[in-house]
Each structure stands twice: as structure tokens, then as C-alpha cells.
Write a protein that binds this ligand. Sequence first.
Ligand code: SAH
Length: 447
Amino acid sequence: MPEKNQIYTTKIDTINHLGYGVCRLNGIVCFVKGGVTGDLLKVKIIKCNKNYLIGKIEEIIEKSDYRTEQDCPVFKFCGGCSFRHISYKHELELKKSFVEAEFKKANVDVKVNDVVSTGITERYRNKAQYPVNSENKIGFYAERTHNVCENYNCVLQPEVFSDIIRIVKNHIDKYSIKGYNEETQKGLLRHIYIRQGKITGEINVCLVINGQTLPHSDKLIEELKAIESLKGVCLNINPKNTNVILGDKYITLYGNEYIEDVLCGLKFRISPASFYQVNHDCAELLYNKAAELVNTENCQNITDLYCGTGTIGLCVASQIKDCKLTGVEIVPEAIENAKINMQINGIENAEFICADSTDTSNNILKNTDVVILDPPRKGITKELAEKIAESNIKRIVYISCSPDTLARDVKWFTELGYTCGDVTPFDMFPRTGHIENVVCLTRPTRQ
Ligand code: SAH
């Protein structure tokens, strides 16, 4: 039985979704931070849990071919990237295997295709939310903590975000504005939330504060105007003692309260409260695949549940003649955006409803040929799966950012008589542990 402080010589078998090397010591699984598939290592056991061990690299005896040079000064401390230390090719192989493992765990027999990627692994994000701590450090949370790892120039983000961070940092230091302390709930500035349209370049800066006003905000706006394509600055009011980043109330200080961007040839207006895929180019690949899966015979009535600003539904509907689109989404601002997005793209036969998707009326579902599902990480409810099945919907296109809940929900649908097609993973979040998937479920209409 392995014990703490013992040293083993071992080969790393694979890497898990957190980026830890995985090996077995006397049959017990051991996770080794920094270990790479194929490494021969001396590993010291630093923690023994009931079912697994945690090991630390003492020495690299033989380096794996999958290792790459680390190119980020904070990679070791920051919790953002899990895979900066391995080749991107290997990351894609691992991600495919993670998706396969989730479906296996859920006891669903499906084929998982190779991961689709844009091949772009840097500066691909269009959104960042930087925490600010009580020492006015700005960056990202270190792995599994809320300690801020200072970093203005994350290589996943657009370079212009670092200029914005510097301007905000100067402002808060100059006017003695304090960052937020999670323990005492004191301090004003909690997060700096920035979004940029990939095609338009439009930028919105949103400061999340524990208060109602930001001192000398007019001065800050003057400084921020130096940023090309700045379209708006707003405050988000979040006085709650919570891990949730955004509060409910927004106050526009300057310009528009939204940005616009172009996706799959359509224009979208997006407010800070509304969801928008963080990787524009990969989102286009994903939405085109979704459109291909929807666009078959008899797809006149499309219902887009968890529709956000209407992106997927409108992209799909714009490609199908005479179809009727219904979108359902819980965030009111996103629904407002969706209604405008429909107009600015000249799409007439669409309706957007602000509601919980599980409460979608039976009337809508009864008349639906194809339902698109794109829920948040927690997936859909069993009640919704049952409602869809009872409504006799014969085709479901399910997009998910969480392979475990996707596998669980697909299992429910198979139990309700649906057949699951291939799962296609899309690498929406290169270098991190996350992966997006799309799958099509079908069931013949009952006579
Ligand atoms: N399809 C959109 C948004 C996907 S993200 C796009 O691709 O841009 C998931 C969306 O589900 C978010 O907009 C979130 O606000 C919304 N949402 C979360 N819970 C919901 C619920 N219970 N009912 C309806 N929408 C919900």
C-alpha cells in the first residue's frame, strides 16, 4: 500500500481533464500535476486519499514527446489553462477520450467523432472577467482557490484587454478605490468584465461593483476613450455575498449598453447580461454543424430552447425557406436582444419568449418539428426531456458545454425511445479543460 512521502518510479498513462498526469501505483490511481502521457518520472506521494493518491514530480527521468515549452509566465499558478504544457494535437486526442468516457459512464453507446478545431489556440476569446482583490491585484483565480494570480496579458484574450486593465488599475490606485474582499465583503470593485466583437471589434467594459457608484467615473471614461472601438462602459451592481460574478442591475455610464458582432453572416446585438459564445470562429463551425443537423426534410417549425440572443435559431432559420422559429430563454436582456436581432437580420417569422425552457407551452412543443437545446452546464431537466418526448418531436439537436450532463440527458432521451447519432466535439476552449459537443437525436413520429 503506497504511503505519504514514498517515492516511486513510474510512467504516466494519460492526462485527466484538469491537466493532471494519471498513473497507477500498486494498482491505486495517482494524479501528478505536470505529468504528461508517456513521461517516465520519479513521483513523491504527497497525499493519500481513500481511492486515489496525489503525487508530485521529483524528477523527470524521460520526457514525453507530447511535452511542449511553457510559454506563459503564470501557467503554474493560474487556474485557466490545463494543457499549455502538451502539444495541441495530444490535447485534442485527450478531449475526444474525455467525451467517450462520459458516455461510457452513462452507459450510452455512441460514436464520438474527432474533435473539430479552428486550429487557433491563442487570443481566441472575446470575453474576460478579471477578479480584483483587496490589494487591487487584477488577474485570474489561481487553481482551485480565490487567490488572484496577477496577469494582465493572458494569451487567450485579445491584447487590447490588457490596455483596458492597465487604465482601470491606474484609476483605482489613483483614487484609492479598493478591490473587493470576499471575507469581509468590503471594497468596491469586484470584477472587470470586458467583451469584444470579433468581426466588428466593438468593445464594452463593465465594472462589477459592491456599491451604487464608481468615484470619478467621468475621469475613467475619458481615459478609456483612448481605446479604439470602445462602444460603451457600464456598471454592474452586485452587493451580494456570492460567488456569482454579475448582479441583476446595470447602469450605462457611456455609449451603448451593448456591442454588435457578426456571426455566420448575421448581425447580433449582445448586452453584458446576455450569453455569447466566447470563441467566435469555433462558434461558427459549431452553428453550421447544428444547422446541417436541423436542416432536413420537414423542419418548418423550429424551437430553440435556451436561445440566448437567438444566435443559433436565427442562423439556422436564415438558411431555411418559410420556417417558423420560436426561441425560449430565461434572461430578459437576452430576449430583448433576440427580438432586435431578428429585425436587424430581416427575419420575420420568429418569436422569442422569456421563460424557463422547462415551462415551454405544450402548444409550442406540439407544433415543433425540430428542437434545438443549448442549456448551461447543468443540462436540461428530466421534465423537459419527457415533455419533448410526449410532444412527439422527432428530431433534437443538442449542443452542450458539459459532456457529463450531455451524456446523462442523452441517456434519458434514449430511454424515451430516441436514437443518438454521432457526437461531434468542438474545441471551443483550447488549452483549457473544457469541450463543447453537438449531437442529433431522432425518433420516428408515432402514427
Ligand atoms: N443558444 C445561445 C445561448 C446558450 S447558453 C447561444 O448559443 O448563444 C445557455 C443559455 O440558457 C443562456 O442564455 C442562459 O441564460 C439560458 N438559460 C439558463 N437557464 C435557463 C432556463 N432554465 N430556461 C431557459 N433559458 C435558460
